[in-house]
Design a protein around this ligand. Structure first.
Ligand code: 5GP
Length: 179
């Protein structure tokens, strides 16, 4: 098995780039079918989702648009529904069909707050795609992604956009922390 060292921790390969490509194409196919006749606005959540969003959008055949946000989740988010945006939304979202593009949903706290925000701002619909989902870690059921690349056990992963202390985002495969 192929391993990498990121910031002195060793990770084993979990998904190859070929496996990732297959999963991403499958998600895009579902979105293309479900959104036929519509013009969704994809909202890529930086930094982690940049690679997934790039690959996903190449397979989207709809007249889609993409924009980017950077979120900072904090404890208050869950109760207030407020999100702190380090890079805020740049385009109006009123009456738009929004598809949030996220790298991974863990507890769901970040997406719980962001989904609520988008709805309050007047989006017509809000759905979530996340390349990875940790169902056993989920604490906010409304943050369950509709379009999932792969559900994984509760473990720490890096690569394919995901970092360990800002390193490892550039890895083409996905790696899991060695036990
Ligand atoms: P949540 O709000 O769902 O608990 O956390 C979501 C965020 O936590 C993700 O966008 C990501 O930044 C980070 N995260 C959660 N699990 C992992 C993981 O296994 N690896 C990495 N690199 N980041 C993770």
């Amino acid at each position: 098995m192929q391993s990498v060292t990121v910031n002195n921790l060793v990770f084993d390969e979990y998904l190859s780039k070929e496996e990732i490509a297959t999963l991403v194409a499958q998600v895009a196919e579902r979105i293309n079918t479900d959104y036929a006749g519509r013009e969704p606005l994809f909202v890529c959540v930086l930094n982690g989702a940049f690679m997934y969003a790039s690959d996903l959008l190449k397979h989207i055949t709809l007249p889609a648009e993409i924009t980017f946000v950077r979120l900072k989740s904090y404890e208050g988010t869950a109760t207030t529904g407020k999100v702190n945006m380090l890079i805020p939304l740049q385009v109006p979202i009123q009456d738009r069909d929004i598809i949030i593009v996220e790298d991974i949903v863990d507890t769901g706290l970040t997406m719980h707050g962001f989904i609520q925000y988008l709805k309050e701002e007047g989006a017509r619909s809000v759905e979530l795609t996340s390349f990875l989902f940790k169902p056993d870690a989920l604490q906010y059921p409304d943050a369950t992604p509709k379009y999932i690349g792969k559900s994984i056990p509760t473990a720490f992963v890096v690569g394919y956009g995901l970092d360990y202390d800002e390193k490892g985002r550039n890895l083409e495969s996905l790696y899991v922390l060695k036990k």
